[in-house]
Design a protein around this ligand. Structure first.
Ligand code: FES
Length: 59
């Protein structure tokens, strides 16, 4: 499923990006391009970042 429709970036791509070290929406954008257009996906990306942080801090 696409997280970013404008740049055709999938959820998996964003997950990969987060697991290879991205910690902010800007880093995800720099790596995948997601959020570089209309930016309506940035909230989704932030939610994914937050979820992964929660997983790290509760592990
Ligand atoms: S949906 Fe991601 S920039 Fe528009």
């Amino acid at each position: 499923m696409y997280v970013c429709v404008c740049r055709a970036v999938t959820e998996n791509e964003v997950h990969d990006c987060i697991s290879s070290g991205a910690r902010s929406a800007k880093q995800v954008r720099d790596t995948t391009g997601a959020g570089g257009d209309c930016a309506s996906c940035v909230r989704k990306i932030c939610a994914m970042l937050k979820r992964s942080e929660d997983l790290i801090t509760t592990a």
